[in-house]
Design a binder for this molecule. Structure first.
Ligand code: IPD
Length: 249
């Protein structure tokens, strides 16, 4: 599995270099909605990742935020968010990342998240301790919600904002602090390495959280993901250190 992990790390770093350079240049907007923006750099970055991964593994497919490539019934499928935190990126907020996971027969076996601003690279692989810039980490051990820091995402539709706000309000009262950071993949990486105790969002796509999933599970945490019946290919996710009592059903 090491060659998959190495390939994911190389692609994430190359994509991160591209994003770091583009962050200081004018942004080209492809489309904008009430709560979302799509940039040309998202597409360019996914093209770079696709080329790097599928040239090395031509039998694999890729499922990404900016589209799919290759035979999606392939046993090996790369799940990619080339730029997670696009709105942050557009507004000049230096909190975004590249997220690359490898799914084998419906199971995530490798996950890499790269924050090019802080040069932080999280790497996870099934059956091994995950690392941050080469150093192993674990989830936090905080069990008391009153001491916990929780990230809540509101996703991008009127419905997810409506259903997320009561949850945010409840958590804001019960936890020490709530955060809305704007990058689901970094939220997952932060839970994995113990900076956050939990992350909750109700309308997320697989590419936002696939890499973080294996990071959290191999770091000792728990990811509970349920498909939303009212939104195609969207999930509700509760990711935590596995011991904090969120009191959610
Ligand atoms: C979004 C971010 C955001 C989350 C949204 C995601 P994108 O991803 O992760 O934090 O709230 O649900 O769609 O569009 O920046 O790749």
């Amino acid at each position: 599995m090491k060659h998959y992990r190495d390939a994911a790390e190389n692609a994430a770093r190359a994509a991160g270099d591209l994003l770091r350079t583009a962050f200081h240049m004018p942004r080209r907007v492809n489309s904008a909605e009430a709560h979302d923006i799509k940039l040309a750099i998202d597409v360019e970055t996914q093209e770079l990742i696709t080329r790097l991964l599928l040239e090395e593994f031509p039998q694999h497919s890729l499922y990404g935020e900016e589209g799919i490539t290759g035979d999606q019934s392939s046993e090996h499928q790369w799940v990619v968010d080339p730029l997670d935190g696009t709105v942050n990126f557009f507004y000049g907020i230096p909190h975004f990342c590249v997220s690359i996971a490898l799914r084998w027969k419906n199971e995530i076996i490798v996950g890499v998240i790269y924050d090019p601003v802080r040069d932080e690279l999280w790497t996870g692989q099934k059956g091994e301790a995950p690392t941050l810039n080469g150093t192993p980490f674990r989830v936090s051990d905080r069990a008391d919600l009153a001491e916990a820091v929780i990230s809540v995402g509101l996703s991008k539709t009127g419905e997810t904002i409506r259903s997320g706000l009561p949850l945010l309000q409840e958590m804001a009262h019960r936890a020490r602090k709530c955060r809305l950071l704007g990058s689901a993949a970094l939220d997952m990486a932060y839970v994995a390495c113990g900076r956050l105790d939990a992350y909750i969002e109700q309308g997320i796509s697989l590419w936002d959280i696939a890499a973080g999933w294996i990071l959290i599970e191999t770091a000792g945490g728990v990811v509970d993901m349920k498909p939303r019946t009212d939104m195609k290919d969207r999930y509700s996710v509760i990711a935590s250190n596995g011991v904090v009592n969120l009191g959610l059903k």
